[in-house]
Design a protein. Structure first.
Length: 250
């Protein structure tokens, strides 16, 4: 409850980060932070001509995300779920995009706010129908420059960092499990989504969430200190890091 109140207060504060710049064909271009600030309940249906522009920082290229991308601007990132596999073939990492938000829905997934389609079932939101992808997302450039993550310490992470691209340096594995990024379920005969924990030199720990379908689910964990970069998420009553683009630097 306290986290929900904190998130709501933060989003209200971020609402002042709105861009008044007009976008395309009379649409209004806004920041990701402002867009998130509109969702003060479980969902928010966008019914005005708002656009956002940003860099695609994560896709399903290595299956670190599934049927979704993360778009980043100077104020943070937002996950967009699309009911389609192999999105990276159409929307490349570091590509620049414009997202036309009218007709989409903001929804709360755990402690994060995502941009998707209006829910039709039990989930907070539905994935955008693949046939509507080009209606809502325009590829402005496929060869954008890479984006540097913000350097953070584990003990600095707060609600305001949810959705941001960060890097933790000089950390080590605190909970190695089977020695790989994901556990193997013998009954299902497959790797399953797993939480591993990292620790810094001060003893602070942090969760890393890796999908079982990730291309490096069976990769050995680092044995010494390393750096790792990804998107800050919140689920299961804790902050988590979602590694992107295999950004594990030993």
């Amino acid at each position: 409850m306290r986290l929900a109140i904190t998130i709501a207060a933060l989003l209200l504060l971020l609402s002042c980060d709105k861009s008044s710049q007009l976008g395309y064909a009379g649409t209004e271009q806004v920041s990701i932070a402002y867009l998130k600030s509109l969702c003060r309940g479980d969902i928010y249906d966008i019914a005005t001509d708002l656009t956002l522009s940003g860099t695609v920082i994560a896709t399903d290229w290595l299956s670190e995300y599934h049927k979704s991308i993360v778009v980043l601007d100077a104020t943070g990132g937002i996950e967009i779920n699309i009911d389609k596999v192999s999105l990276f073939r159409q929307i490349p990492v570091y590509g620049r995009v414009t997202v036309f938000c009218n007709g989409l829905t903001l929804g709360r997934a755990g402690g994060s706010i995502v941009l998707d389609a209006h829910p039709t079932g039990d989930y907070p939101v539905d994935g955008i129908d693949a046939s509507l992808l080009e209606r809502y997302i325009r590829i402005d450039s496929t060869t954008g420059e890479s984006v540097a993550p913000a350097e953070k310490r584990i003990d600095e992470i707060s609600v305001g960092d949810i959705g941001k691209y960060v890097i933790f340096r000089d950390v080590s594995i605190d909970d190695a499990g089977n020695g790989k990024w994901c556990d193997f379920d013998a009954e299902q005969a497959k790797y399953v989504s797993t939480i591993r924990r990292i620790a810094d030199n001060d003893g602070n720990t942090f969760a890393i969430h890796t999908l079982g379908i990730c291309h490096y689910a069976a990769e050995a964990l680092p044995t010494g200190q390393f750096s790792v970069a990804g998107i800050i998420d919140y689920a299961g009553n804790e902050f988590r890091l979602r590694i992107i683009n295999h950004a594990i630097l030993e």
